[in-house]
Design a protein around this ligand. Structure first.
Ligand code: SF4
Length: 103
């Protein structure tokens, strides 16, 4: 598992799915739509060439890696995008389940 933070989001990549992925679409999407912070290292997506500050500074929070991974990869990427006040709003509206998820 690879997890890293950008300015407001957290990207988690289940790298156990990546060896069987032929497209490596996350890396090309990152290069095409953002600043290319994702690189391939030993056949897996990685940000090891950057320190955490470099990842935070270079990440554009574009979500392209997750989209492309779902479309052409193996659905290995999940991006958490916290929205301030959303849980409270959903709770007020009765739209938050007891496990804290929307529903
Ligand atoms: S596109 Fe998805 S499955 Fe393929 S290498 Fe990237 S993260 Fe792994």
């Amino acid at each position: 598992m690879l997890a890293f933070s950008e300015r407001t989001i957290t990207v988690s990549i289940d790298t156990e799915k990546c060896p069987q992925c032929e497209s490596k679409a996350c890396v090309s999407a990152c290069r095409m739509y953002a600043r290319g912070i994702l690189e391939l290292k030993d056949g897996l997506p990685s940000v090891a060439h950057l320190d955490p500050e470099g990842v935070e500074r270079g990440g554009t929070e574009c979500l392209a890696c997750e989209y492309e991974c779902r479309l052409r990869g193996r659905s290995a990427i999940a991006i958490e995008v916290p929205i301030k006040g959303l849980p409270e709003y959903l709770k007020r509206r009765g739209l938050l389940r007891s496990d804290g998820r929307e529903g």
